[in-house]
Design a protein around this ligand. Structure first.
Ligand code: FES
Ligand code: FE
Length: 456
């Protein structure tokens, strides 16, 4: 169903040897197909339940290029709708967040209840006299599936998508280090920061799913300014570090315990808070995941929600065109943390991974540089290299054996990068949701190519 040149690019034939065709970051046809096959199908991050604390509280956000409203209804249920009026299609709700008993379209005052029903409009009687008019057919269009995982709300526009549980697989085992290390759960601090980056939306996810390699060279000046010490050398032979992935989601982390790495914030109150709770983390999560609570690490939920444990930032990379990305940044904290600790986390975010911070502008300068060179047809004809540490599979000694996760040793590795792109390729080539057996066979194909390479 795709032109042959597109199908060949999207099959990423070089990936088995670590080569990536740059056109996936550039071609407008590929971008359009991503909106259909990634953003209209995958489970996408929408909100934190703390942003929807009471009946009527809502936020507006994006699912690909579709605007959506996420709201807690009168019965306490979280619902999501396309943010478009079924009358003439106006954008229904403009603010980023608010609280309301109903949604009123400013164009002709069609009014919708929180459960999406059309309940009123200007010149109501004229509509009611009009032959064929049926208000029950003119409610808000719901997002096909909405589900929460430990405070995070996700939605998919695809009725055929697997459940959120199946979509995440073993990734939730890792997510719990961030979302479930305290009995009070988590919340978002109020507000978020939005910024525009002139690059393809995949630069951020690919950096967060994998790229510990850049931490030292890119952030050397930021870390001199902000940290009590330099970013450690993560590739040292004795460094205990891992990458883990499943279904395109990935986490990479180094084990330094007790909690040395949380010092990325250089905030004594945060360090003290974490140190006091070390035993609690171990009891709730086990020692191995307790080591991940504030480790030097990063993660990405496919396709575009990234996590920075320790800094406690959640960042979502929204596609705004092949070469333009809207970055939304939120600060996640434990709900029961003392006020001064929450404040320190917010300040830590503002000083580091923020448009006003020391680290983010360095990342953005690199991604925008990448984008500049992808614009050149000669530059673009040369593939990129992502072959570091190919096929270095291992098992994590402390993780359950039957966990649905691929683990590799070493943070300095492109294993998660390739895992992300393999999943990307599979979804982009498949006109329908890939079935579980197809997913398995893609993974087997990848395994086979790794073993051939190693002569196993
Ligand atoms: Fe919304 Fe007419 S477009 S009421
Ligand atoms: Fe960075």
């Amino acid at each position: 169903d795709l032109p042959s040149d597109l199908r060949e690019t999207l099959a990423l034939p070089g990936l088995k040897d670590g080569w990536i065709d740059r056109n996936i970051f550039h071609d407008p046809r590929i971008y359009d197909l991503e909106l259909e096959r990634i953003f209209k199908r995958c489970w996408l991050f929408l909100a934190h339940t703390s942003q929807l604390s009471d009946p009527g509280s809502y936020i507006t956000t994006l699912m690909g290029r579709d605007n959506v409203i996420v709201v807690r209804d009168q019965d306490g249920q979280i619902r999501a709708y396309l943010n478009t009026c079924p009358h003439r299609g106006n954008l229904l709700v403009r603010p980023d967040r608010g609280s309301s008993n109903s949604f009123i379209c400013p164009y002709h005052r069609w009014t919708f209840s929180l459960d999406g029903k059309l309940i009123n409009m200007h010149e109501k009687e004229a509509f009611e006299r009009s032959p064929g008019f049926d208000a029950s057919q003119l409610g808000l269009r719901p997002v096909a599936q909405v589900a929460t995982y430990k405070g995070l709300v996700f939605g998919t526009l695809d009725e055929e998508a697997p459940s959120l549980d199946e979509y995440f697989g073993g990734f939730t085992f890792l997510l719990d280090a961030l979302l479930d290390n305290d009995p009070g759960g988590t919340e978002f601090l109020p507000g978020s920061v939005r910024s525009i980056i002139h690059c393809n939306w995949k630069e951020g996810p690919l950096n967060f799913v994998c790229d510990a390699l850049h931490a030292q060279p890119t952030h050397v000046s930021g870390s001199r300014a902000m940290l009590p010490r330099q970013v450690p050398r993560l590739g040292a032979p004795d460094a205990k570090s891992y990458q883990a992935r499943v279904n395109g989601h990935g986490w990479e982390w180094s084990e330094e315990y007790p909690l040395g790495n949380a010092a990325t914030l250089n905030a004594p109150s945060v360090m003290e808070y974490l140190r006091q709770r070390q035993k609690q983390f171990e009891q709730r999560l086990g020692l191995d995941r307790a080591k991940m609570v504030a480790a030097l690490s990063s993660a990405n939920a496919f396709p575009h929600a990234s996590f920075l444990p320790g800094v406690n930032s959640i960042r979502v990379w929204q596609p705004m065109g092949p070469h333009r990305t809207l970055l939304q940044t939120f600060v996640l904290v434990n709900r029961n943390a003392p006020k001064e600790v929450k404040r320190a986390w917010r300040t830590g975010n503002q000083l580091t991974f923020n448009v006003t911070g020391t680290f983010e502008p360095d990342d953005v300068a690199n991604w925008e540089g990448v984008n500049v060179s992808h614009n050149g047809p000669a530059s673009r004809s040369h593939p990129l290299y992502g072959g570091l540490a190919m096929g270095t599979r291992t098992t994590h000694p402390g993780f359950p054996k039957d966990l649905n996760l691929e683990v590799s040793a070493g943070q300095i590795s492109d294993e998660n990068f390739r895992g992300y792109l393999q999943r990307y390729s599979e979804l982009m080539l498949s006109p329908t949701w890939p079935r579980a057996e197809n997913r398995r066979s893609a993974a087997q194909a990848h395994d086979q190519s790794s073993s051939e390479k190693e002569g196993r």
